[in-house]
Design a protein around this ligand. Structure first.
Ligand code: GRF
Length: 213
């Protein structure tokens, strides 16, 4: 099976992008990073991708005004030009409309810094602390038109410790994200994932949190 061509969409520092790129250097990894696309021209991650010799594109949403679909058509054109098979959102801070999401049904992943369905949206670490959660983590899920709501492909849990601050908790979750996203992409790119009734199956078995979490 040819390696799947993956685009990573970012808006900022791109540490999950780095983790995905590093993973694809393994000889048996079933995907390659064929494009890094940012909606923010100054995103640190895009410069880093360039330095690593990866094809990059910038589609600056501010040049499209309120026309979200025009922005998404420009993104889609880049994805098609680079013959992309799978899209990974990694800190991509634009809400996508059904127009783009539908084109990538079952082929677009996102990583969210919480154990969905808990703490959808922003400021997840602060909200987990505020809520007194004892367990927090990260989720890789398929993207659907509703925000942070698609079928869950993989989750990693981390403990919330008594003296945690937002920063210490965020760092613990981020380290887990860097393990989780490459594992999840590997499963999808290898063709081991199916979705049935809104639930992901890996090798035909419904996904669950790893034992002991
Ligand atoms: C991560 O915490 C990710 O879960 C969220 O945005 C952050 C992106 O960080 N969607 P980075 O740009 O990958 O370092």
């Amino acid at each position: 099976m040819p390696r799947q061509r993956v685009a990573i969409l970012i808006s900022g520092r791109g540490s999950n992008m780095d983790a995905l790129i590093a993973a694809t250097k393994q000889p048996d990894y079933p995907a390659e990073i064929a494009l890094v696309l940012s909606n923010v021209p100054t995103a640190a991650g895009i410069e880093h991708a360039r330095q690593m010799g990866i094809a990059t594109a910038v589609v600056d949403h501010t040049t499209f005004g309120k026309d979200r679909e025009a922005f998404e058509r420009a993104v889609q054109a880049e994805l098609e030009a680079h013959r992309i098979d799978i899209v990974c959102l990694a800190g991509f801070l634009r809400l996508l409309t059904p127009f783009l999401v539908r084109q990538w049904d079952g082929r677009m992943l996102n990583i969210h810094p919480a154990l969905l369905p808990a703490f959808k949206g922003l400021d997840t670490h602060a909200r987990a602390l505020e809520a007194g959660a004892k367990q927090h983590g990260a989720t890789v899920h398929f993207v659907v038109p509703e925000m942070d709501a698609g079928p869950i492909l993989a989750q990693a849990a981390v403990p919330v410790l008594p003296d945690d601050t937002e920063a210490t908790l965020a760092a613990r979750v981020l380290a887990a994200e860097h393990q989780l996203y490459p594992q999840a992409l590997r499963l999808l790119a290898a063709g081991r994932v199916t979705v049935r009734d809104g639930q992901c199956l890996v090798d035909g078995i419904p996904v669950s949190l790893p034992a002991g979490t």
